[in-house]
Design a protein around this ligand. Structure first.
Ligand SMILES: *Cc1c(COP(=O)(O)O)cnc(C)c1O
Length: 708
């Protein structure tokens, strides 16, 4: 990193704390320093500081407005780190001086740190950011995948191709983690009969730090260096080893850096081997196995995220046995007892099931929406065979999104003006957002129009880059949305391409859809985005069939596919579309969060009553897709749901959007937009969610009474 002038010596520190990414004034420090470079680096200040010209820095130093912005951001960063007067300090004195370890295989904090695949990572990232804002003493544990998740391109025939890029370490906001004796932390984990070493990176996200494990060290054998190369990349054998590294290695790493968590939160079953290391540690201090297990259970919190069976890792026992061979220590005498904790038969014979292990070793367990809580109690009833299903000890904490991360500057400015400058601090108070109805329609509409045009500008500039530099074909450019009409009603559908999300549902009756899209004077257009898992050919076929529709002239160039869905693309889509469509096969969507991101920006949700929408739909804040239920015939259900979508579009959505006054303002539409913001901001924000985790799950695990 080139050295910075003295006056700006803290600029690098600001760039290396991802706190900047959700703090508007800190963002603006970089945005205004060099806007073309900000765009070129996809908003990566660490990379910007490597590339910025000395003349640019000199110009900034002569600009008193910019300097004031910089000084203000640095002062705020210091105040944030000092953590005085936070919600947690006020409301949870029992958490003072304690820490909560949050284990997750993925974290989506920012697009410059590509260690996430989708919703699970976004939830983890948003949880960390909110914990920082509230002053909750959380510390994250995960992987620093050198190649991260793949980048997606689509061939001329619509087939997904995966491109892995090795992350340039010096472009990422990471730093080596340091042990209590001041050395770079390297964690050793026994795998089978050998030992694998992991470097540990630290990421700063305001008050929350993440510790990320990385096996790409010269001391390791070549195949071990690859273990943490990719997120969800390898086969079963790689997967079980990754999970041992995360669980066992994560616990060891925290010890090495001097953190003694009071509570361990397992985000999904991937990190459940953490309990093995913890029980072992207690046994080696002289605890009996059963007592150690009880103690670990008392302090373990577990969140499960999907009712889809394939989403729960299960391994053949011999595979686990082979790779755990060196990890037992004093626990060796209790091997059978430990294996029994993970024993589960989901129909293919008994397996070592990571979810079952977590369920049996946690004292507080939750699903991620009310409906998902119900489904999960039924799904895992066999773990509590003597308990009636409604008393199975699994509760729900409905997901949320981090408002400062996902709300556009345009909508935020309107709320600042009409709700008062401290609205963000109080946004989860019921009723606080009611004043949204006071925003003048003209101003709200102007913001909505701007957001749509930012999205189209983004699409066009990406297409231009591909056309100019990547030799993209003309049909590719058309497919990416360049023929889209800036004033037309735009529907967004962006999510993983997997069967239960029914990505092709809207094409069930192609003629009826074409009529809706091409209606004279009231056009509708649809933007698709999303990745299929690299090993999921069925998902790739869904994508391909959609791509063929995109290129079909029958739809008038009003359907597009945006490649390489990630956090960056997601921001433009959820803010710039007019309607956010979600049509999963109920009840397989545990929660879903992209619809929340859209709704808080005034992009109302149109969804099956599954996941969060089963509790979020109020009748006037979006639309409920509700084909007559046909539990015994999937084909009939799909057809009925598709008909329900067409009818909603024809009778409600399109007429409301195009019903304008003389100035072109759609007042009826804006009522729905306002209700969307008003009802979703307070209830589906991570502020409400993290407070629920703290009060309902973390504080009880401290062994002390809940304060509120
Ligand atoms: C929010 C988000 C998701 C999760 O969205 P769902 O509604 O759960 O499908 C996935 N990927 C990205 C990039 C996101 O931003």
């Amino acid at each position: 990193m080139p050295s910075l002038p003295d006056r700006l010596h803290r600029l690098e520190e600001l760039a290396r704390d991802l706190w900047w990414s959700w703090t508007p004034d800190a963002r603006n420090v970089f945005r205004r320093l060099d806007y073309p470079l900000w765009r070129l680096t996809a908003h990566n200040p660490v990379r910007m500081l490597k590339l910025v010209e000395p003349a640019t820095l000199a110009r900034a130093m002569a600009d008193s407005d910019w300097l004031a912005l910089y000084d203000g951001a640095v002062a705020r960063l210091d105040a944030t780190r000092a953590a005085r007067g936070t919600w947690c300090e006020r409301e949870c004195p029992d958490l003072a001086g304690r820490s909560i370890a949050y284990f997750s295989a993925e974290f989506a904090l920012h697009q410059s740190l590509p260690i996430y695949a989708g919703g699970l990572g976004v939830l983890a990232g948003d949880h960390c950011k909110e914990a920082s804002d509230l002053g909750v003493p959380l510390v994250g544990v995960g992987f620093m995948y050198p190649q991260g998740y793949f980048h997606q391109t689509v061939s001329a025939d619509g087939w997904q191709e995966e491109v892995y890029e090795k992350l340039n370490w010096t472009d990422a906001a990471i730093e080596p983690a340091i042990t209590t004796d001041g050395k770079p932390c390297v964690t050793a984990v026994p795998l089978g009969s050998r030992t694998v070493l992991m470097a540990v990176w630290r990421v700063r996200a305001g008050r929350v730090h993440l510790y990320l494990l990385d096996t790409d060290l010269e001391e390791n054998a070549p195949w071990d260096r690859e273990l943490s190369a990719r997120l969800y990349g390898g086969d079963r054998e790689t997967r079980v080893q990754q999970e041992i590294l995360l669980g066992v290695g994560g616990v060891r790493t925290l010890k090495a850096v001097g953190i003694t968590p009071a509570v361990y939160h397992l985000n999904e079953g991937h990190a459940a081997f953490a309990v093995l290391q913890r029980i072992r540690d207690l046994c080696e201090k002289g605890w009996a196995f059963e007592a150690a297990l009880e103690e670990v259970r008392r302090t373990t919190v577990f969140t499960t995220h999907t009712p889809v069976a394939a989403g729960h890792d299960a391994f053949l026992f011999h595979l686990v046995e082979k790779h755990l061979a060196g990890a037992w220590g004093e626990l060796g005498a209790y091997r059978e007892r430990f294996f029994a904790l993970a024993h589960y038969d989901s129909g293919d014979g008994p397996m070592f099931n990571m979810t079952a292990l977590a369920l049996r070793t946690a004292s507080a367990i939750n699903g991620v929406s009310a409906l998902h809580g119900d489904v999960t109690r039924r799904m895992w009833h066999a773990v509590w065979p003597d308990t009636p299903v409604e008393r199975v000890p699994i509760r729900s904490v409905t997901n949320g999104v981090h408002i400062p991360t996902w709300m556009s500057a345009e909508i935020r400015a309107l709320l600042d003006r009409y709700l008062g400058p401290d609205w963000l601090e109080h946004h989860d108070d019921p009723g606080f957002c009611d004043a949204v109805v006071r925003i003048p329609d003209e101003e709200l509409w102007e913001a909505r129009q701007s957001l749509r045009s930012f999205l189209f500008h983004f699409i066009r500039e990406r297409a231009r880059y591909r056309w100019t530099h990547r030799g993209a074909s003309a049909s590719h450019i058309v497919a990416s949305g360049t023929m889209f009409d800036h004033n037309a009603l735009t529907i967004g559908f962006a999510r993983r391409f997997t069967g239960y999300k029914r990505p092709e549902l809207v094409f069930a009756d192609a003629d009826r859809l074409a009529n809706i899209l091409n209606a004279h004077g009231r056009p509708v257009q649809i933007l698709f985005a999303g990745k299929a898992h690299p090993a999921d050919d069925i998902g790739k076929h869904h994508l391909q069939r959609i791509y063929r529709r995109v290129l079909d002239p029958k739809f008038g160039g009003r359907i597009a596919f945006i490649e390489d869905y990630d956090l960056h693309v997601a921001h433009f889509l959820v803010q710039g579309c007019d309607v956010w469509l979600n049509n999963p096969r109920k009840p397989l969507e545990a929660s879903g969060t992209s619809g929340m991101k859209a709704a808080i920006n005034g992009t109302p949700h149109m969804s099956i009553g599954d996941g969060w929408w089963a509790e979020g739909f109020t009748g006037d804040n979006g639309w409920l897709i509700e084909g007559p239920a046909d539990p015994n015939d999937q084909g009939a259900q799909d057809w009925a749901d598709a008909q329900a979508i067409y009818t909603l579009l024809e009778e409600q959505v399109v007429p409301a959007f195009y019903d304008r006054d003389a100035q072109g303002v759609p007042h009826r539409w804006l009522q729905i937009v306002k209700q969307s913001i008003r009802t979703v901001v307070p209830r589906f924000s991570t502020r409400r969610m993290v407070k629920e985790y703290v009060r309902g799950m973390y504080q009880p695990a401290l062994g002390q009474p809940v304060t509120k």
